[in-house]
Ligand binder design. Structure first.
Ligand code: CAA
Ligand code: FAD
Length: 379
């Protein structure tokens, strides 16, 4: 079953698979322990064009369709969900510029990515997570000087401490609300723009997650992406495109956990026979395999709908939600099948289980995905 994937898609999938097996999987545990990634990985990924996958060809990128991008993220998810998250954050942060940016903004932004730069998407704040419209970072317009001054704090930002360019949401209305939410480009090193606390996380530890502080950050008017007040819609459209990619990373994570658990079940003997022969183990494996396949199909469907240009908000939420729940369940059962050995840090199974949890939280918690799905199904 390959849904008529093209030669190019299969070649890219194979290339990323080799890169992951050779360069990422062998050091995933070390990066987890070090709570940091290896910059040389991003350099290698950049050389392969993996950091600018959604950048259109006219702006120097690979200009890949969503199905191909999902195939790539699944492979990265098999090796390390943290590395995959950091690479996917580049696509997430780029989408708003591609949706609403001027030609000049697109060129400037994409040039940075084409040179191997990293990007960050900063929506969440200490007081505004699921309620994305509750952003309180303020952007005050000075019409004479043609500038905006930004003040506020962003929380849990992927690549926050290592990005070269940031897409930041702020409110242009004193009284807040979604009608004032606006997107801005803020380059690294802009005076007053500081990286705050680095998060010490349960999982995806190789992915850098930091607080960002904006203390009287002055940027030119020309760094506003889209119109004042267009930010909420831009953020929602961006998240629609990106949520299936979280699904794809989740599928990779789950597939890798399943593969290792099956190999272990065939090897490990108890009561004089391989544990694979016990029906309760077989039931777990059957459910794991079925859900991984179902999740993958939901991811491909959402991506294919996006590529066809039809409305896919509900399908994007379904793909993210189901695949994330699958990753959590499958990685937990992989540990179960491996018993005490699965629980040991010597074994990558426990890292995968810790990594899976975030899939149910970021890019909209799975409760928020269910809200989106229910709204689309019922109203
Ligand atoms: N596309 C276009 N427009 C949309 C939209 C979509 N998918 N969803 C909503 N809108 C529009 C609506 O049409 C509405 O417009 P009008 O007022 O003009 O009619 C407006 O936006 C408000 O919509 P809602 O009333 O539905 O908004 P809400 O305040 O109830 O919030 C929500 C909806 C789904 C809960 C939203 O706030 C949400 O998605 N929250 C989760 C936040 C999130 O996902 N954060 C992720 C941060 S990034 C991240 O996590 C990255 C990472 O880890 C690497
Ligand atoms: P809250 O919104 O406070 O939710 C707490 C609980 O309440 C959750 O279980 C939630 O589902 C539930 N809840 C809230 N509202 C409702 C409701 N209406 N109905 C039912 N249940 C509800 N953000 C960015 O902008 N950019 C990033 O790059 C980024 N990267 C991240 C990386 C990591 C490692 C982490 C942990 C987070 C990241 N985030 C990022 C933030 C992430 O998107 C938020 O954590 C997430 O949206 C949830 O917000 P919150 O943590 O404030 O939880």
């Amino acid at each position: 079953m390959n849904f008529g994937f093209t030669e190019e898609q299969l070649e890219l999938q194979e290339m990323v698979r080799e890169f992951v097996e050779k360069e990422i999987t062998p050091i995933a545990g070390e990066m987890d322990a070090e709570n940091a990634t290896r910059p040389e990985l991003f350099k290698m990924a950049a050389d392969m064009g993996l950091l600018n996958v959604i950048v259109p060809e006219e702006y120097g990128g690979l200009g890949l369709d969503s199905v191909t991008v999902a195939m790539m993220y699944e492979e990265l998810g098999k090796g390390c969900a943290g590395v995959a998250t950091s690479m996917a954050a580049n696509a997430l942060a780029t989408a708003p510029v591609l949706i609403a940016g001027t030609d000049e903004q697109k060129r400037m932004w994409c040039d940075i990515l084409n040179e191997g730069g990293l990007a960050a998407f900063a929506l969440t704040e200490p007081g505004a997570g699921s309620d994305a419209g509750g952003v309180s970072t303020r952007a005050v317009h000075d019409k004479e000087k043609k500038t905006y001054t930004l003040n506020g704090t962003k929380a849990f930002i992927t690549n926050g401490g290592i990005a070269d360019i940031y897409l930041i949401f702020a409110n242009t209305r004193k009284d807040g609300g979604i009608r004032g939410l606006t997107a801005f480009i803020v380059p690294k090193g802009t005076p007053g723009f500081k990286v705050g606390r680095k998060e010490d996380k349960m999982g995806i530890r190789p992915s850098n997650t930091c607080e960002l502080i904006l203390d009287n950050v002055v940027i030119p008017e020309s760094n506003r992406v889209g119109r004042e007040g267009q930010g909420f819609r831009i953020a929602m459209q961006t998240l629609d495109s990106a949520r299936p990619f979280v699904g794809a990373v989740s599928v990779g994570l789950a597939q890798a956990a399943l593969d290792v658990a099956v190999a272990y079940a065939k090897e490990r003997k108890q009561f004089g026979q391989p544990i694979a022969s016990f029906e309760m183990v077989q039931e777990m494996v059957a459910d794991m395999a079925m859900k991984v396949d179902a999740a993958r199909l939901l991811v491909y469907r959402a991506c294919a709908m996006r590529d066809e240009g039809v409305v896919f908000t509900k399908e994007a939420a379904m793909a993210k939600c189901f695949a994330a729940d699958t990753a959590m369940e499958v990685t937990t059962n992989a540990v179960q099948i491996m018993g005490g050995y699965g629980y040991s840090k010597e074994n990558p199974a426990e890292k995968r289980m810790r990594d899976a949890k975030i899939m149910q939280i970021y890019e909209g918690t799975n409760q928020i995905q269910r809200l989106v799905i229910a709204n689309k199904v019922m109203y």
